[in-house]
Design a protein around this ligand. Structure first.
Ligand code: HEC
Length: 80
């Protein structure tokens, strides 16, 4: 649970299936996170860091650890 009382998770925007397109709170389309569905993912280190920074703070109210970021990317490139 978030300190603002709302339940947020990565899946709130990115959906629970990373092969699907997601949506922001403003209803803007987010391309799939899994590299099988979106080969552009994780090709730009600055972009990856920028969004981990924003989204981890948004969801977890802290930065993600290198371990967490590694696990997340590992998972998304392993989805078939
Ligand atoms: C409020 C909506 C929202 C939530 C919640 C959210 N994200 Fe995102 N995320 C976005 C948007 C918008 C983008 C940028 C648009 C894009 O890359 O398609 C993005 C992009 C990313 C990227 C960049 C991928 C790349 O192409 O380099 C990563 C990594 C990421 N999110 C991880 C996470 C993780 C991990 C969580 C949970 C801790 C999370 N996001 C939660 C909206 C969200």
């Amino acid at each position: 649970m978030h300190s603002n009382g709302k339940k947020v998770s990565c899946a709130t925007c990115h959906t629970s299936d990373p092969r699907n397109q997601g949506k922001t709170r403003a209803n803007k389309l987010i391309e799939p996170m899994a590299t099988i569905a979106n080969p552009q993912r994780f090709t730009d280190a600055a972009k990856v860091e920028k969004w981990f920074g924003r989204n981890c703070k948004d969801v977890l109210e802290r930065v993600c650890t290198a371990q967490e970021k590694g696990d997340y990317i590992q998972y998304l490139i392993s989805v078939k």
